[in-house]
Design a protein around this ligand. Structure first.
Ligand code: 1CP
Length: 360
């Protein structure tokens, strides 16, 4: 605790030894010498080094559940791509699994849950009063190992899915283009939906707090399926629960990324978070007008821009940064990096951000 006259600023011990804390300063709206940069889904998929670790194991879940290996692939993008932050290698689906709905990750298809939640009977199976520290210990262990191996080179980002997105997988049991079973539930049994969202929120709060205790320097909430709800439903079934989560996290900066929630941006900007993540369809200047200097914006280059040539990538990254009218930015893509992107193209994106001179 540092005392400045009568003000007390809580600086967690773990952030004091960081060699590069740019992303934390950006999130808090502090002085910056350049913009920080990282990529959603940077750990995995695009790197041959990831694929070789993955191939040495039985599958995705073994990687997620083996802390030493999860830590290893967490650090790969820092070593290879030179990003300004690591994100712990895990998945949003560990939460529904801990709540009693195990999943399988099927090769080339995606997640599959044998049990789903469609009625009150199914809800009985959904646990929410259990020891999160114990049941998800492999994630916290991976965070500790990753930080140790990073040795303070960059901050480590923790994360969780937003309750609405987690509900989508619990109800649907797999990925979907429409998530119509999940949306159907909001009309046919809103009480059940609220009870499920409430349970997910309670577990998510405990989970994120435990990630922070293990050493996560900031956390991000991914609401990947925010955009499939209209503004009124997103307020009731989405934002209400994100609000509970952000209001419970005090010690580290929080980022909210509600993909596709264009009609709710004004309400998202009112949340008690430090950073708002934008997808590539969202207009940075409009959001900046809405929030002034009160929040940091993260994003939002179209992930497909990385299919362009190296010079086109430089151009689009520079024009993105030229559009900023403030220092409060974390440069990222507007969604996760696609698996077939050439890592050399990702490096060009990162170098362009690092070489850009701030015009403020
Ligand atoms: O075998 C593999 O390598 C599978 C690919 C993969 C990877 C690398 C999956 C399966 N998950 C992950 C890791 C992962 N997932 C991370 C790691 C850290 C990083 O960002 O580098 C993170 C943050 C996630 C988060 C995640 N998982 C989200 C939210 C972010 C987003 O992209 O919208 C979602 C929706 C998931 C579910 C999921 N996990 C994996 C798949 C194929 C899916 C999507 C299923 C669907 O299409 O609905």
């Amino acid at each position: 605790m540092i005392s400045l006259k009568n003000h007390f600023i809580f600086i967690p011990l773990s952030t004091m030894n960081l060699k590069n804390d740019l992303i934390l300063r950006a999130a808090r709206g502090e002085e910056l010498e350049r913009y920080p940069v990282w990529l959603m889904r940077q750990a995995g998929r695009i790197l041959p080094e990831y694929r070789s670790v993955r191939a040495s194991l039985s599958g995705f879940k073994e990687l997620v559940e083996t802390p030493e290996r999860a830590a290893e692939v967490t650090i790969q993008p820092v070593d290879i791509l030179d990003v300004d932050a690591a994100i712990i290698f895990s998945d949003i689906l560990v939460v529904p699994e801990a709540m009693g709905l195990p999943y399988e990750m099927i090769e080339k298809s995606g997640p599959y849950f044998k049990n789903v939640v469609r009625n009150e009977n199914d809800l009985i199976k959904v646990e929410f009063q259990f020891d999160v520290e114990d049941r998800l210990s492999y994630v916290f262990e991976a965070i500790k190992i990753a930080n140790k191996e990073l040795g303070g080179r960059v901050p480590l980002i923790g994360f969780a899915g937003a309750p609405w997105t987690i509900l989508c997988y619990m109800v649907e049991g797999r990925g979907s283009k429409t998530f119509s079973e999940s949306r159907k539930l909001l009309y046919t049994n809103p009480i059940l939906a609220h009870e499920l969202l409430n349970r997910i929120s309670l577990v998510t709060i405990a989970y994120l707090k435990q990630q922070i205790k293990a050493g996560a320097h900031m956390v991000q909430i991914f609401d990947s399926w925010a955009g499939i709800l209209g503004a009124d439903q997103y307020r009731e079934f989405g934002l209400k629960y994100i609000e509970k989560i952000v209001d419970s996290i005090k010690d580290v900066p929080v980022t909210v990324f509600s993909k596709g929630a264009i009609s709710s941006l004004n309400e998202i900007c009112e949340l008690n978070c430090n950073t708002v993540g934008l997808d590539w369809n969202m207009n940075i200047s409009k959001v900046r007008e809405m929030i002034g200097e009160t929040k940091t914006i993260q994003g939002n280059l179209d992930p497909c821009a990385l299919y362009g040539s190296h010079s086109e990538i430089e151009q689009s990254t520079i024009s993105l940064m030229n559009s900023f009218s403030s220092k409060r930015h974390i440069v990222n893509l507007g969604h996760g990096v696609y698996p077939d992107i050439d890592p050399e193209k990702v490096k060009t994106f990162i170098k362009t951000v690092k070489n850009y001179e701030l015009h403020f």
